[in-house]
Design a protein around this ligand. Structure first.
Ligand SMILES: [Zn+2]
Length: 66
């Protein structure tokens, strides 16, 4: 499965939760109030994920090592 998936956004007390509604994907990721990005479920790594709410736009994820 490839293509662009539109993420659903849920506003949580700790930040924003992004979930992909596409069958067979199910990517989940969170952004906390400091803007830190956490990938919870990778989902389909070949799809490009986008979504935004309240002026927050998702860029393609970048992997960083501490
Ligand atoms: Zn997806």
């Amino acid at each position: 499965m490839t293509g662009a998936h539109e993420l659903d956004v849920t506003i949580e007390p700790a930040g924003l939760l992004f979930t992909c509604p596409v069958d067979g994907c199910g990517r989940r990721m969170a952004i906390d109030r400091e803007g830190r990005y956490t990938l919870i479920d990778r989902g389909d790594p070949t799809a490009s994920h986008r979504g935004g709410v309240g002026g927050v736009e998702m860029d393609p994820p970048q992997v960083r090592t501490a």
